[in-house]
Design a protein around this ligand. Structure first.
Ligand code: MG
Ligand code: ZN
Length: 226
């Protein structure tokens, strides 16, 4: 890459990190734990989240839904009667294929932070650039489904390396696929040995309780440090 272009990219990421810290301060002040949920399109983020957020005991949850266009996922979530803010990158942000700290910042007034313990930010479905932009979150979660192939961690190492938790979704389909789960986990270990891994099925509910516990403790941790 040309040196000037490297400089421009670095400056853009510096500016993003400054705004991410401002978001972080707002979240801390209100004792809100924040997770940034990332995946390829169709990995099952929305269904998994519906399963996990429904009636999480003692945790007041809000959602920031990022999409290029439309509000299909936000409409589904509103059925759970939790605060949902829709952020369309196609409306004012040039149709960006990721969320950045500034986009999240512009959406924060639409959320009652003082009344939340946990904010789940659903990023735009994309395995490349969401990993480059911190938005002020406590943790990044990646959802990868077993229909995506064992080599995904090797093809998108930045994304897999960026995450504290990897949810391996759709495990109910394993008997019908040639997917080699051990090989996938081996590749995942190669790029991110420290990541927590949970095998889940949004359809059957397998592993969802463990994910709910993980979210619960993330929210509790934020409250304790507020
Ligand atoms: Mg979705
Ligand atoms: Zn992007």
């Amino acid at each position: 890459m040309h040196r000037t272009r490297v400089r421009i990219v670095e400056d853009a990421l510096d500016a993003n990190n400054t705004i991410a810290r401002a978001n972080r301060d707002d979240f801390d002040r209100h004792g809100v734990g924040v997770v940034n949920l990332m995946s390829a399109p169709g990995a099952g983020k929305t269904t998994l989240r519906e399963r996990a957020l429904d009636d999480l005991p003692g945790v007041r949850v809000g959602v920031l839904e990022g999409d290029v266009a439309g509000s299909f996922d936000a409409d589904r979530l509103s059925l759970l009667h939790i605060p949902v803010a829709q952020l369309n990158t196609g409306a004012g942000f040039g149709g960006e294929c990721h969320l950045d700290a500034n986009m999240v910042r512009t959406a924060l007034p639409a959320l009652p932070l003082a009344e939340l313990d946990l904010l789940v930010i659903e990023n735009v479905g994309n395995l490349v650039c969401p990993a480059e932009f911190r938005v002020g979150e406590d943790a990044r979660i990646m959802v990868c489904s077993v229909t995506e192939g064992e080599d995904k961690p090797l093809k998108y190492p930045l994304m897999f390396r960026a995450c504290e938790l990897v949810l391996v979704n759709k495990i109910d389909l394993l008997p019908h696929l040639d997917f080699d789960l051990d090989l996938f986990l081996h590749h995942l270990d190669a790029v991110n040995p420290g990541a927590r891994k949970l095998l889940v099925s949004a359809r059957t509910g397998d592993g969802v309780e463990e994910w709910r516990e993980w979210l619960y403790y993330t929210a509790q941790g934020a409250k304790a440090t507020a």
